[in-house]
Design a binder for this molecule. Structure first.
Ligand code: SF4
Ligand SMILES: [Zn+2]
Length: 358
C-alpha cells in the first residue's frame, strides 16, 4: 500500500482536513439500522465477460468501511447506512443473506447466474466479513456462474479469493478506484491509495484466477465538467490496459446524504454531471479492450446526473442499452436542444466558476 507523506497528516491540512470535515458532517447523522436486514437487495441484469446475465445484487449491512470511520471519501454516504458500533457477527450476516435469497425466490423464476455482493466497505476485510462468513457465501453460491465481491485494493489477497475460485466459481473483485489519476483520487475524492495499489490488486486477483471490475467516479467535487470528462476518458483507458481488469464501470457522482459533496451542493458549489458527459466518455472509449458500462443512479433528479429534464429518460435508456450491447451507435439516436448548453459548459466551465449552469 502507498505511504502517505507526513505533510498529508499535518493537522488541518490535506487529507487530515478532508477527514476532519467528513467526520463532522457524518456526526450529524443519528439514524440507525437493523443488523438482521440487508441494506438493499435487488434483481436486474448485467454484462459479464461471458455475456449478459440475470443478476442478484446484495448490499450487506456490515460494520462499514474502516476508511469512512476515519472520515472517508467526499461523496460516500454509504457509511451512514452501516450498523452503529462497528461489527456484525457471522450469524447475523447469515440472517441477512437468507433474507436476500428469500427475496430472490419470491421475485425470480430461477436463481440468477450472477451474484454481486457489496458491503459499503470491503467484503475481503475480515473485520467486516469474517473468514467463516466468506466460506459460507462461497458455499451458498457455488452453483451460480459468477460472483462479484467489492473490496478496497489493500484487502485483495489470492488466498481469500481462492475460497471462491477453488469451487470453480468465476470470481471478480469490484474495486472502487474512482480515477486512474492519483492527484484527483487523493485531493477530490479523499481516497488514500494509489493507482499502483490497484495494479497490485489486479495481479493478486489474477494469481487466484479471479478478475477485477474497476469502478470509476465521473465528476468528483472540485473538478469542472470538461476536466471530469477528460479524467474519465484517460482513466477508462488506463484501467482497460491493466492485465486482469476486464470491466470498467464508470459511474456519475450523485449527491448522497451526510457527505462533503452534499455540503457543496447546498452552497451552490456542486452540480452532478450531465448525462451527455456519460455518453461522451462511453462513446470515446468504446474501442478499449474491456467491457465499459455505466449505471447513472438517480438520473434526471437534481441530486443525480441530469440534463434538461426533457431528455433524461431517453438518454438513460441509451446508456443502459450501451451497457448491454457495447455499441456506441445507440448515442446517435438521442438528441435534445440542451446539448448546446452542455457544449457551452464543456467549453467554459472551470474549477473556480462551477457550476456554470445549474
Ligand atoms: S467510497 Fe468506499 S472507501 Fe470511500 S468511504 Fe465509501 S465505502 Fe469507504
Ligand atoms: Zn435535454
Amino acid at each position: 500500500m502507498s505511504q502517505p507523506t507526513p505533510d498529508v497528516y499535518e493537522e488541518g491540512r490535506g487529507m487530515d482536513a478532508h477527514n476532519e470535515v467528513m467526520r463532522e458532517v457524518r456526526s450529524r447523522n443519528d439514524e440507525s439500522y437493523d443488523p438482521t436486514e440487508p441494506t438493499r437487495v435487488w434483481l436486474d441484469e448485467d454484462n459479464t465477460p461471458d455475456g449478459v446475465r440475470n443478476s442478484l445484487t446484495i448490499i450487506l449491512n456490515t460494520g462499514g468501511c474502516r476508511w469512512a470511520r476515519a472520515g472517508g471519501c467526499t461523496m460516500c454516504g454509504y457509511v451512514a447506512e452501516s450498523v452503529d458500533g462497528g461489527s456484525v457477527d457471522h450469524e447475523t450476516l447469515l440472517t441477512q443473506l437468507e433474507a436476500c435469497l428469500e427475496h430472490e425466490r419470491n421475485n425470480a423464476d430461477e436463481p440468477a447466474g450472477l451474484v454481486k455482493i457489496y458491503t459499503s466497505g470491503s467484503f475481503l476485510d475480515e473485520r467486516e466479513i469474517p473468514a467463516e462468513t466468506r466460506a459460507a457465501v462461497a458455499e451458498t453460491f457455488a452453483d451460480r456462474d459468477r460472483l462479484v465481491v467489492e473490496s478496497l485494493p489493500d484487502f485483495v489477497d489470492r488466498e481469500k479469493l481462492r475460497t471462491f475460485t477453488d469451487r470453480g466459481l468465476a470470481t471478480d473483485v469490484a474495486v472502487g478506484l474512482e480515477t486512474a489519476t492519483d492527484r484527483v483520487r487523493h485531493d477530490c475524492v479523499n481516497k488514500y491509495f494509489d493507482f499502483a495499489d490497484f495494479e497490485a490488486a489486479c495481479a493478486e486477483a489474477q494469481a487466484a484466477g479471479a478478475g477485477v471490475k474497476a469502478y470509476l467516479l465521473l465528476k468528483p467535487p472540485f473538478l469542472a465538467e470538461p476536466d471530469a470528462v477528460a479524467d474519465m476518458k484517460r482513466s477508462v483507458r488506463r484501467c482497460a490496459g491493466v492485465d486482469g481488469c476486464h470491466t470498467v464501470s464508470m459511474n456519475p457522482c450523485n449527491v448522497q446524504r451526510h457527505t462533503m459533496v452534499e455540503e457543496l451542493y447546498h452552497d451552490g458549489g456542486y452540480r452532478p454531471p450531465w448525462l451527455w458527459s456519460v455518453c461522451e466518455v462511453l462513446e470515446a472509449t468504446a474501442d478499449v479492450d474491456a467491457i465499459v458500462v455505466s449505471d447513472p443512479v438517480g438520473h434526471g433528479s437534481d441530486r443525480g446526473p441530469h440534463n434538461c429534464g426533457d431528455c433524461d429518460d431517453r438518454v438513460q435508456t441509451a446508456i443502459k442499452d450501451f451497457d448491454l450491447r457495447q455499441d456506441p451507435s445507440v448515442f446517435e439516436e438521442v438528441t435534445c436542444d440542451c446539448e448546446a448548453t452542455w457544449e457551452y459548459v464543456m467549453r467554459e466551465e472551470t474549477a473556480y466558476n462551477q457550476p456554470l449552469v445549474g
